[in-house]
Design a protein around this ligand. Structure first.
Ligand code: BLA
Length: 380
């Protein structure tokens, strides 16, 4: 989270900031503690957007927790936030699509219901970076639209969900759940895509925040193994085109490229449900260690930076919604603790989506956009 994320919550953020500044005079850019009152003006708050470096992760975490407990706005429920953009949609933005228009909407709907029924103190968080509202975007001409929801609960520091609908061309459901930072546990990641109604890609994983499983608060791969064993079509291996399978991916990742849509309802949906439930069980059964917060946040931040640098979707979003929106979306919404590469190139790779034939389970498989130039150069 960057200072600009707090702009929506400006009055309280500011009050808290000033109070905090008095205790920790080095907190911001060196503004004198007894700076004139004009530092409270909205003009100054907006200047924070460009002039103040990112808050440190622990300060941000504490700030978020404080803000969470203060009723600033009229709080809206998860269902109200969902309904703001007419979700769950019943038909595609592309009128040409006929059957099963929104292939992955049942994933969204089930997760919403599961969260409502099982998460404690579930609250909506604005999808905003102070400049752009990321909750919805559309390219009417290209017949593509995206909807995003962000929330928090006692169990999860950040929950985000995305549905991308571009008719038969592309359907995506993407979600990440970050455990509360007092829990040194893997992040739950979901990326499920369909291209041209022919090629399907699915990844669901407890994404490690450390190189070794044993460095987490509890081992977890043994919980996933019996689930994965039941689903033969989800035992594939990712390529090395975008990510490194040894970093932030577990041995028990569900991974599949396939061309038979039946697999979605027969295997992927129940497997996804089991992984989500098992993740919540893990979160619930793990003891909180407040002394781990700083460390865990740093690890989640590394995960964000790694993911933002490599996210193949940046090209897709740049093509549909413009390079600037895409870059901000990736760094300020999807992976909001990520550090941007200084002077890095703006996202420009057009998304090709040209699907390869399916490959056998257990073998690394080429990406759908094989041959396209890599988007982001990795940070040094
Ligand atoms: C691959 N994910 C991809 C690709 C796209 C997306 C376009 C490349 C497809 C290809 O050409 O083969 C799409 N990623 C998205 C979208 C969003 C996004 C639309 O973040 C955001 C809304 N990706 C994740 C998460 C995981 C993940 C949380 O965002 C982990 C579960 C995994 N996506 C993942 C992997 C690949 C991938 C591992 C590469 C597969 C491969 O190289 O074989």
């Amino acid at each position: 989270m960057k200072p600009q994320h707090l702009l929506l919550l400006a009055p309280v953020a500011c009050a808290y900031t000033l109070q905090h500044q008095q205790r920790h005079p080095t907190f911001t850019t060196g503004t004198p503690i007894n700076a004139p009152r004009q530092s409270l003006s909205s003009a100054n708050l907006l200047r924070m957007d460009t002039e103040v470096p990112s808050l440190d992760t622990v300060t941000t975490y504490n700030l978020e927790k404080t803000l969470k407990n203060i009723r600033l706005h009229k709080e809206i429920s998860l269902r109200q936030a969902e309904a703001q953009h007419g979700m769950p949609w019943k038909s595609s933005i592309d009128p040409k699509v006929k059957d099963e228009e929104l292939l992955y909407m049942p994933f969204w709907e089930w997760q919403m219901q599961f969260m409502e029924e099982n998460f404690t103190n579930l609250k909506v968080v604005p999808c905003h970076n102070g400049k752009t509202d990321f909750s919805y975007n559309a390219n009417e001409k290209m017949k593509a639209r995206i909807v995003n929801l962000c929330a928090t609960s006692d169990e999860y520091r950040k929950i985000r969900m995305t549905y991308y609908d571009a008719g038969d061309n592309t359907q995506v459901f993407n979600a990440v759940l970050y455990p509360d930072a007092a829990l040194n546990l893997p992040v739950l990641g979901v990326d499920i895509l369909c291209f041209n109604r022919k090629k399907y890609l699915a990844i669901v994983d407890f994404q490690p925040i450390h190189d070794n499983e044993e460095d987490h608060a509890a081992p977890y791969e043994h919980l996933l193994k019996p689930i994965k064993e039941k689903y033969d079509s989800l035992k594939g291996r990712m390529s090395s085109k975008f990510y490194d399978e040894t970093q932030h991916f577990s041995q028990q990742m569900l991974f599949a490229r396939f061309d038979d849509e039946e697999i979605v309802s027969r295997e992927l949906f129940p497997a996804f449900q089991s992984y989500v439930k098992t993740h919540l069980d893990l979160v619930r059964s793990t003891e909180r260690r407040p002394e781990d917060v700083t460390f865990v946040l740093e690890c989640q931040k590394d995960y964000d930076t790694y993911s933002a640098d490599r996210d193949p979707a940046t090209g897709l979003f740049a093509a549909m919604f413009g390079a600037e929106w895409a870059d901000d979306f990736v760094h300020d919404f999807l992976f909001s603790m990520s550090e941007r590469t200084e002077g890095g190139p703006p996202p420009s790779m057009p998304f090709t989506g040209g699907p390869p034939p399916g490959a056998a389970a257990g073998q690394p498989q080429p990406p759908l956009s094989a041959g396209a130039p890599q988007m982001h150069s990795h940070k040094p």
